[in-house]
Ligand binder design. Sequence first.
Ligand code: 5GP
Ligand code: MG
Length: 176
Amino acid sequence: MKIEKLLTEAQIQARVEEMAQEISRDFPQTNKAGKPPVALILANGAIFFAADLLRKLRFETEIQVVRVASYAGTQSNGAPEIVGGISPEKFRGRNVLVIDDVLDTGHTLAKVREHLCAAGAEDVRICVLLDKPSRRVVPGQADYVGFSIDDVFVVGYGLDLDDAWRTLPYVGIVKE
Ligand code: 5GP
Ligand code: MG
């Protein structure tokens, strides 16, 4: 298998810095009770993106991590599951920045948003490294998008193919 580079490490880091500046200007930095935002990281795919982004924000966040599983190989089964669930005591009344790797069909983020609303989150905003608008099944957009890409399966910078390629510092397309 070969990986064809799509986004270089330098491109990713520059864009993450821009996103951090935008979020730092834009995001409500305390809730009504004066508490800081919660960053909800969707693992495993978003771990490197979140680690880079959150350290560049000009404000502190509390970190929560959930695992969302729906992919086997390059196919989503369309029914993402939030492993362990989203517990209301961590999110009620809070401003939440959801961080994911790819917005694809939209199933995952719709489900996460629904659970956060049910948990009583005050403000929910979605931040993704990559968006594939042509793949959308569930309508909806992210509030912050790193790069819009075509309908290609990518790996690296946290993204995997059956657990391989995650630790590449760049994003590339898998060529058979
Ligand atoms: P959705 O529920 O929006 O269809 O799927 C989103 C999830 O599918 C992402 O969080 C990501 O884990 C996975 N995904 C979608 N496209 C890709 C891709 O090109 N590469 C990898 N590795 N995962 C992807
Ligand atoms: Mg994911």
